[in-house]
Design a protein around this ligand. Structure first.
Ligand SMILES: *Cc1c(COP(=O)(O)O)cnc(C)c1O
Length: 229
């Protein structure tokens, strides 16, 4: 099997599983291929398999790959972002999914405004209270949204979450359900300037559970490319 065929086969399998897991409850989530650590020659074949959106988590790495990837995919920044790096990616990504502090929101607002754009972002929420991993504490999400709502250089499109690394499916099930409830509640709250269209959650180990609980995007790397080493 060629690399292209192998990637296409895995992507086809993941799409079927996503459709199955969400069936009858939610639309199947969009599959975002997480391409960190992989070179452009491994990433470009994803296009043939119908991948339109990719996720990268480091600014430096993304900058290095941009010349070959630009225009081929919509690029989401999904990793922790330092304020002093915002300037380097503001015009090159379609969405910043890992926004989790007011200073970062203000920096994105300032850089986007200077570039004459409104940057789509997701607010990263910490569902399990793992402070060291980043993310707004779960119970502070609404207050955080109200605080950043006036910033015109950003357009909040929804929420993102990274689940704890665990094989405990019951725990994951409850955390994904909790995220979906928060998302639904905030959508009904209707805060001016804040949209709740996207709920980005689920990775290689748990995308089926995420789809079952109504993720609108899953971010999948190793299930497509094989384990990172
Ligand atoms: C690496 C990464 C992923 C994908 O992880 P896999 O387990 O390889 O699917 C998803 N989201 C974020 C934020 C990541 O850093």
């Amino acid at each position: 099997m060629t690399t292209e065929e192998r990637l296409a086969e895995r992507i086809g399998m993941i799409r079927r599983e996503l459709a199955e897991a969400s069936e009858g409850r939610y639309p199947a989530p969009k599959l975002i291929a997480v391409t960190k650590t992989h070179p452009p020659e491994m990433i470009l074949p994803l296009k043939v398999a119908g991948i339109t959106d990719i996720g990268e988590n480091r600014v430096q790495e993304l900058r290095g790959k941009l010349p070959q990837l630009e225009g081929a995919f919509r690029i989401h920044l999904i990793g922790r972002l330092q304020r002093n790096k915002v300037r380097q990616i503001i015009g090159d990504v379609c969405m910043i999914q890992s926004m989790d502090s007011v200073p970062l929101a203000e920096e994105i607002h300032a850089r986007a405004s200077a570039a004459g754009i409104r940057m789509p972002v997701l607010v990263e929420v910490s569902p399990a209270g793992e402070a060291q991993k980043g993310g707004v504490p779960f119970d502070e999400t609404e207050a955080f949204l109200r605080q950043i709502a006036p910033l015109e250089g950003i357009r909040v499109e929804g929420l993102m979450a990274v689940m704890p690394l665990t094989a405990d499916e019951a725990l994951l099930d409850s955390l994904f359900a909790k995220m979906r409830q928060l998302f639904d509640r905030l959508r009904e709250t209707d805060i001016t300037g804040i949209r709740m269209n996207e709920l980005s959650m689920g990775m290689s180990g748990d995308y089926r559970i995420a789809a079952k609980h109504g993720a609108t995007m899953v971010r999948v790397g190793s299930a497509i490319f094989g384990p990172r080493n």
